[in-house]
Design a protein around this ligand. Structure first.
Ligand SMILES: [Zn+2]
Length: 457
């Protein structure tokens, strides 16, 4: 394969040319209620050529390797048609590398019927949990992708990227009151992560049923402690996307707001994007431009110190490339994306954080959210009131809203361990590229004066 790709690259006459080829085998199983809703498998092969001439990009995608040289010529030709200015593309040392996946239990060797029976058991646990369980959505998916990446500068990388997901979701109903509970897990280490999920399926069902009798939270302004999952979602959705340089570069208001050196929070606040953390969902040794991933501080001790780049945005903004150009598949060009984004730990304990809170809220997990520029709205899966320094009753309909910059300033305590969200189906969406795997993490984070929606008093 290497010889074939490199000989095709030599036919290119652009300033820069790259070829990315991807083979993928995948399978999936999905139950909805008692029905087996969807089951199947697929095998695909395809690739993309990207060429740069005078700042203009030309692309050619393909599903056959036979005409690779023609595709290279086509991409170079397209690039010449759009290129009108000077190319800006940050320098990177060429690398040659091969990354082999290590699977403890290889899902490719497990039959679809065995995968189905494992998932069916979890589905039965949920449906049989309680007579108030109305329905379920329980499933599994896996994929094993191999990427061949090479460019005209001499970089050649082979990278294996396995992915496994199990998800369980329960819906409970009592009259008009409908509540959900979910538990999911994804990872790159093999099928064993899917096994032994019986207890989690039971927890999903229990959450849905317990929430039926929980009152909605009373709306107001509270001292809120968010759990590591919500902290990770906040770091990613509310702040991380604003650190993607293509977005900053194209947006005048963001250029004014996201000024390096500006204070965004107190000294305890560190927000990091790191594509090198072993075993995390957004971890790869190289991004999809062959740039080594690394630990990038976005906020360090409260100060904005960095942002995420592709080779092109790095050159345009005169900053170093960060290894954040990612594509969800061979049909797509790499764009600036996060890898594993987290708020770093502090030094408090959870007990320290709640002990002086007279009336507050502990919000857990995330079931959805929206952001619009610097404004955010996140729905926690559930919460507990904090009364006189102690965790009190379970509450539902916990919606947190605010301005991201004000909220960052209002973070006043962090506990002393970063935990990573377990992952699940889906992932980060940007433009036409949905479902990118990213890691979300953080400690428990205490924030003052958070607006909590819910039933008004
Ligand atoms: Zn996202």
């Amino acid at each position: 394969m290497r010889e074939r790709i490199e000989s095709a690259l030599r036919k290119g006459d652009a300033e820069y040319t790259e070829i990315r080829i991807e083979s993928a085998i995948s399978s999936w199983v999905n139950f909805r209620g008692e029905q087996l809703d969807n089951i199947g498998s697929s095998k695909t092969l395809g690739g993309i050529v990207r060429a740069l001439v005078k700042g203009g990009w030309g692309y050619a995608t393909f599903n056959e390797l036979d005409d690779l040289e023609i595709r290279v010529k086509e991409a170079c030709e397209s690039a010449r048609l759009v290129g009108k200015e000077e190319s800006k593309f940050a320098e990177v040392e060429p690398v040659v590398d091969e990354i082999k996946a290590t699977l403890e239990k290889d899902f490719r060797a497990i039959s679809l019927s065995e995968k189905k029976s494992v998932i069916e058991e979890y589905n039965k646990i949920i449906l049989g949990y309680h007579d108030k369980i109305e329905t379920s959505n329980v499933g599994y998916s896996d994929s094993f992708r191999k990427i061949w990446y090479a460019n005209s500068e001499g970089t050649y990388i082979e990278d294996e990227r396995p992915d496994v997901v199990v998800f369980t979701s329960a819906t409970a109903r009592e009259g008009d009151n409908v509540q959900h509970g979910h538990e999911s897990l994804s990872g790159s280490t093999g099928f064993q992560i899917v096994e032994g999920f019986q207890e989690k399926a039971g927890i999903a069902a229990k959450k849905a049923v317990d929430l039926l009798s929980a009152p909605p939270v009373t709306g107001g302004k509270y001292t809120v402690i968010i759990d590591p999952k919500l902290a990770g979602v906040f770091a990613h959705e509310a702040f991380g996307h604003l650190s993607e340089s293509d977005f900053v570069y194209e947006n005048e208001r963001m250029k004014e707001l996201m000024v390096l050196g500006k204070r965004f929070g107190s000294d305890i606040l560190n927000i990091i994007d790191d594509g090198t953390i072993p075993g995390q969902l957004g971890t790869h040794r190289y991004d999809d431009e062959g740039v080594k991933t690394r630990k990038n501080y976005l906020i360090e001790e409260g100060i904005l110190v960095g942002r995420l780049h592709s080779r092109e945005t790095a050159a345009k903004m005169h900053e170093p490339p960060t290894g954040n150009a990612r594509a969800i598949g061979y049909q797509h060009q790499p764009i600036v994306r996060m890898t594993n984004t987290y708020i770093d730990k502090g030094d408090a304990t959870f007990e320290d954080m709640i002990k002086d809170v007279k009336m507050g809220l502990y919000a857990l997990d995330c079931i959805g959210g929206q952001t619009s520029m610097e404004m955010f709205t996140f729905s926690a899966a559930y919460g507990y009131m904090i009364r006189d320094g102690k965790i009190a009753e379970l509450v539902r309909d916990v919606v947190l809203t605010g301005n991201v910059f004000e909220t960052l300033m209002n973070i006043d305590m962090l506990d002393n361990a970063v935990k990573w969200a377990p992952g699940g189906p889906g992932g980060c969406g940007k433009g036409a590229q949905q479902g990118l795997r990213t890691g979300l993490g953080g400690p428990h984070v205490r924030i003052q004066n958070v607006i909590v929606g819910g039933r008004q008093q």
